[in-house]
Design a protein around this ligand. Structure first.
Ligand SMILES: *[C@@H]1O[C@H](CO)[C@@H](O)[C@H](O)[C@H]1NC(C)=O
Ligand SMILES: *[C@@H]1O[C@H](CO)[C@@H](O)[C@H](O)[C@H]1NC(C)=O
Ligand SMILES: *[C@@H]1O[C@H](CO)[C@@H](O)[C@H](O)[C@H]1NC(C)=O
Ligand SMILES: *[C@@H]1O[C@H](CO)[C@@H](O)[C@H](O)[C@H]1NC(C)=O
Ligand SMILES: *[C@@H]1O[C@H](CO)[C@@H](O)[C@H](O)[C@H]1NC(C)=O
Ligand SMILES: *[C@@H]1O[C@H](CO)[C@@H](O)[C@H](O)[C@H]1NC(C)=O
Length: 532
């Protein structure tokens, strides 16, 4: 798609030191950091919009996933990512496109500061849900944990909004400002700052407004033989789907509970998990819709994320400068993401051995030629490979770089090694750190092959965005070296690490059928994921 106009994107140019990265927090996840000088370069080959008719019809972007009525300049990543990455393995179903277009209309009608939004706020202030069905019902996403977690929960919450005809609004914490583009045309997904409930970030498993605690205190009764008076339902419920959730919180996924929750105008939802697999395994009322939305189970995160999550122009500037300067010319791009958890307790050298052991089994990195017999041909085009390292630490990058400096490789390829940043520690609350983390996820998503760390939501999000089944490094816990250094994933879907597994009363899903598309995660026995 090369076009030859030159475009300067200096309006969001970032001068000087840039760094980085990543993410996830708490008990599990990833992150890193680094430093790098970024030059503002004039980039060739990308120009849209100068002649509307010479660009593909808007509706062709990502096969119709992207709404046609956006201003392209406001969010370049939406249009450039598919140019950088030529393959798009899953077509959205026509039902998904239909639901997305309906959702966009609903969001526009009910979005912040519309009359219907104001009406819903009045209802919220009244303290109980409305007797009359409201035109607009909402689910508010509350950010929690690392950036990888947040991307997984945004996708999960959005699918819930589509399944239940709710409008999704997001609580915008400082560290998230200017990370993502607005996903819905002619409206905003940002919860207005004057939203009456102020302490969203403080809600936790013990709050009296969690769904579980309201069931426990009989503020809500989820039994449809008892015809719950809508007026007796609170105006909002806090849905706590964080890894420490209680048995009653987990009932959120049951059919009967969804029937009751349908009548609650506002749901406030906090999670750090990719909870979509539980809709498949526990909520029969969603079954038919899910089948129609995603004929391929493995496409769920991929399609949702490429609809919903687009880096802002500022973040995309990091991605495109780095990609075009270092990666674009390589014949093959290999991404290596290394997350080191506090419970790993081995030296970096052991982890590096694991990477090498894994690479031998799964043929990820180019093999060294210790005899040094293979010579380059100076006057010919030698095939090239770029290795992109994403880690909070520079150790792995330094090791790889020396390795390919000191030795040639058996295939005679030119191998270059890059790391955009090494931030040393994860800083979930830091906006500039999060921008680098997001940029690196997107750089990984442009690779042809990925080796990622098990249990890392950063890795899950990157592979999911890439649409690649990664090779996953098995997690080292307390110095225990796993027998197998890594496994090749059968699915590109993220793992739901601590699944709800609710004990539902009433209608349940056919367990046998379920086994055909929900399985254990290879890197974590308790986790579940979708596969085809
Ligand atoms: C835009 O494209 C159309 C169709 O290819 C062409 O006729 C027209 O001259 C172009 N306009 C400009 C300004 O390049
Ligand atoms: C929760 O506790 C607060 C005070 O701590 C109280 O004002 C509120 O009514 C309680 N809500 C519920 C649903 O019990
Ligand atoms: C629901 O309520 C009915 C009527 O009170 C009762 O018989 C039944 O056991 C309840 N079901 C559950 C699942 O609690
Ligand atoms: C790597 O492989 C070597 C040789 O098989 C083995 O001794 C070592 O324990 C492995 N290390 C890791 C971290 O997998
Ligand atoms: C180096 O080359 C010699 C002679 O061709 C061969 O016998 C030996 O196995 C090679 N060593 C390695 C490490 O490839
Ligand atoms: C945020 O992280 C960047 C590095 O990414 C650092 O330079 C900056 O000082 C940090 N800001 C705060 C407020 O910690």
């Amino acid at each position: 798609m090369a076009r030859h106009n030159e475009v300067k994107y200096n309006k969001w140019g970032v001068h000087g030191a840039v760094l980085i990265v990543c993410l996830v927090a708490l008990p599990l996840l990833i992150l890193f950091f680094w430093q790098h000088d970024v030059k503002i370069t004039v980039e060739k080959g990308l120009n849209y919009g100068s002649n509307e008719t010479s660009t593909p019809s808007n509706n062709n972007y990502l096969h119709g996933l992207i709404p046609s009525n956006f201003d392209k300049e406001s969010c370049l990543s939406r249009y450039e990512w598919p140019l950088f990455r030529k393959s798009f393995p899953y077509m959205p179903s026509s039902y998904l496109l239909h639901k997305l277009r309906n959702y966009e209309d609903l969001h526009k009608k009910c979005g912040p500061n519309t009359p219907l939004y104001q009406k819903s706020i009045q209802q919220l202030n009244s303290g109980h849900s409305s007797i009359e069905p409201m035109e607009c019902n909402y689910v508010v996403w509350i950010p929690h944990n690392g950036l990888g977690n947040r991307i997984l929960t945004l996708a999960s919450t959005f699918l819930y909004a589509i399944l239940t005809n709710r409008v999704m609004l997001i609580q915008m914490n400082d560290e998230l400002v200017d990370l993502f583009c607005e996903p819905f045309p002619d409206t905003s997904w940002i919860l207005p700052p004057d939203f009456p409930i102020k302490n969203l970030n403080e809600f936790d498993v013990n709050s009296n407004v969690t769904y579980g605690n309201m069931l426990d205190k009989h503020v809500i009764i989820s039994n449809h033989s008892i015809n719950t008076e809508v007026e007796s339902l609170p105006s909002y419920v806090y849905v706590h789907l964080v890894y420490d959730y209680h048995a009653l919180d987990r009932l959120f996924f049951c059919n009967d509970d969804q029937i009751v929750l349908r009548k609650v105008n506002w749901l406030l939802l906090k999670s750090d998990q990719y909870f979509i697999p539980s809709f498949y395994s526990s909520t029969p009322m969603f079954e038919e819709k899910l089948d129609r939305l995603f004929p391929a189970k493995e496409s769920v995160f991929y399609l949702l994320a490429h609809y919903l999550i687009h880096p802002s122009n500022n973040v995309w500037g990091l991605v495109r400068r780095y990609y075009m300067s270092y990666l674009a010319k390589a014949d093959e791009k290999i991404g290596i993401q290394v997350r080191v958890f506090f419970f790993t307790k081995v030296s970096s050298d052991v982890i590096f051995q694991q990477i090498q052991n894994c690479s031998k089994v799964e043929s990820v990195l180019p093999e060294l030629d210790f005899n040094g017999t293979k010579a380059f041909k100076p006057d010919e085009q030698n095939p090239s490979k770029a290795i992109l390292v994403a880690s909070l630490y520079s150790y792995y990058y330094e090791k790889l770089k020396s390795m390919y400096y000191e030795h040639s490789v058996k295939t005679g390829e030119l191998v270059s090694v890059y790391q955009p940043s090494h931030e040393e520690q994860q800083k979930t609350k830091n906006q500039s750190h999060n921008k680098k983390a997001l940029a690196e996820m997107y750089l990984l998503s442009l690779c042809d092959m990925l080796m990622t760390s098990g249990w890392s939501t950063f890795g899950y999000a990157s592979s999911g965005l890439a649409g690649i089944k990664p090779v996953i490094l098995m997690t080292i816990r307390n110095k225990n070296i796993p027998d197998m250094p890594c496994v090749r994933e059968a699915s590109m879907e993220p793992c739901y690490i601590f699944p709800a597994k609710p004990s539902c009363k009433g209608k349940t899903v056919d367990k046998e059928k379920l086994q055909q598309y929900v399985k254990q995660c290879p890197d974590f026995d308790h986790g579940i994921k979708l596969f085809d």
